[in-house]
Design a protein around this ligand. Structure first.
Ligand SMILES: [Zn+2]
Length: 387
């Protein structure tokens, strides 16, 4: 009997050990399958994110080309939005700003940037093409960098003493020369004949600004609120209402004052106005407007915008410009390493996947801005055809 019990105990111990071994093997296979599934999911997600076409609503390549001697759009170490960076980042639509300051000679400088834009389209036709409403329906089907031009500061249209009829003539001429302007901001940081800029609070919309808005509405050129004083933004919105203008509104390169208080950032009140009117807000990558110390704050701006104003509110408006001749040393470095040039979009989206539902990522990457410009382009292109 004792032998049988002993034999039974040996058998059960053996079976128990075997069971444990099987359990361990099963567990290890399970873990390995999960590890591989996670890995595959990560690879798929990375591939998916890196294949999103990118739309960016603001860069200053044209002023670099017009101002800097021997400027070259292919020179990747010269400017963060050089063509190789845009291509590496998967940018399928880039809005190129025609930027001028408020000073004598601003119209001539704007003209040089119009010429630089035309030259970009002709001399780099293998990389850059003019964006059209039809292409915006399916950006991925059109390789290369789609381009639109915009005016940043209406000082490029008219100097302070230029007769207004001449300014409005120039508006039409430039609008035609670039194949339809993507938007205009009336001001930059300072005040001009049209209104008050970001750093001239207390100066609102002036009589010439009203007339320019009326002319823009006729041509269906959106108004950009990124460089207005609050009083100018208010004046613009009131004038649109009062005059019954059909004028799309956007903030092409603005972050949120609620996240980082800065005169260049947009208040929630005006952001709400932009979004309610079907406009978009382009997230700006400049360190000064994100948080001068914290590279992760870009995520806080994006999450704030999406949570407060909905998934259709935001796009990218990185604001890459030529920084090498910038006089204020406190602004260096202008961009944090995580967004230091236009090749950053896929890695930025990958990190954003930790903060946002995955369905929001393509909206931010291209869908919101593409929808905005598609609506605008359809009307603009019909207008240009009529002549
Ligand atoms: Zn700007």
């Amino acid at each position: 009997m004792g032998i049988l019990v002993f034999f039974w105990e040996i058998c059960t111990a053996f079976l128990f050990q075997q069971g444990k071994a099987v359990e361990r093997i099963t567990e290890s296979i399970g873990k390995s399958i999960k590890k591989h599934a996670d890995f595959c999911h990560k690879i798929t997600q990375t591939l998916m994110l890196s294949s999103f076409p990118i739309v960016d609503t603001h860069c200053d390549l044209l002023s670099y080309l017009a101002v800097v001697p021997q400027a070259d759009p292919m020179k990747a170490d010269a400017i963060a939005c050089a063509l190789p960076h845009l291509q590496a980042g998967g940018v399928h639509l880039q809005v190129f700003a025609i930027y001028t300051d408020v000073r004598p000679g601003s119209m001539a400088l704007a003209d040089r940037q119009v010429a630089a834009y035309q030259h970009l389209l002709s001399a780099y036709a293998d990389r850059v093409h003019a964006m059209e409403a039809g292409k915006l329906q399916d950006l991925s089907a059109h390789p290369g960098i789609g381009a639109l031009a915009a005016i940043e500061n209406a000082a490029g249209l008219a100097e302070e003493n230029t007769p207004l009829p001449q300014a409005l003539q120039r508006l039409k001429a430039i609008h035609h020369a670039v194949g339809g302007l993507a938007y205009i901001s009336l001001t930059h940081h300072t005040e001009n004949r049209f209104g008050g800029g970001n750093y001239t609070e207390g100066v609102g919309l002036k009589a010439d600004g009203q007339k320019l808005l009326d002319a823009m509405a006729e041509l269906h050129i959106p108004i950009d609120l990124s460089h207005t004083s609050d009083l100018l933004a208010e004046g613009i919105l009131q004038h649109i209402e009062k005059a019954g203008l059909t004028l799309p509104v956007l903030a092409s390169h603005s972050n949120f004052r609620a996240v980082w208080p800065h005169a260049r950032n947009i208040s929630d009140e005006f952001a709400q106005e932009v979004v309610q009117r079907g406009g978009v807000i382009g997230i700006n990558f400049l360190r000064a407007f994100l948080d001068t110390e914290n590279p992760e704050r870009i995520f806080a701006h994006i999450v704030h915008g999406m949570e407060r104003f909905g998934p259709e509110a935001l796009c990218f408006g990185a604001d890459y410009f030529y920084t090498k001749n910038f006089p204020d040393p406190s602004r260096h470095p202008f961009y944090f390493p995580n967004v230091e040039n236009a090749s950053c979009y896929p890695s930025l989206l990958e990190k954003l996947a930790q903060y946002l539902p995955s369905a929001y990522l393509p909206k931010l990457a291209y869908q919101n801005a593409a929808a905005f410009f598609q609506r605008q382009r359809q009307v603009v292109e019909a207008g240009l055809l009529r002549g």
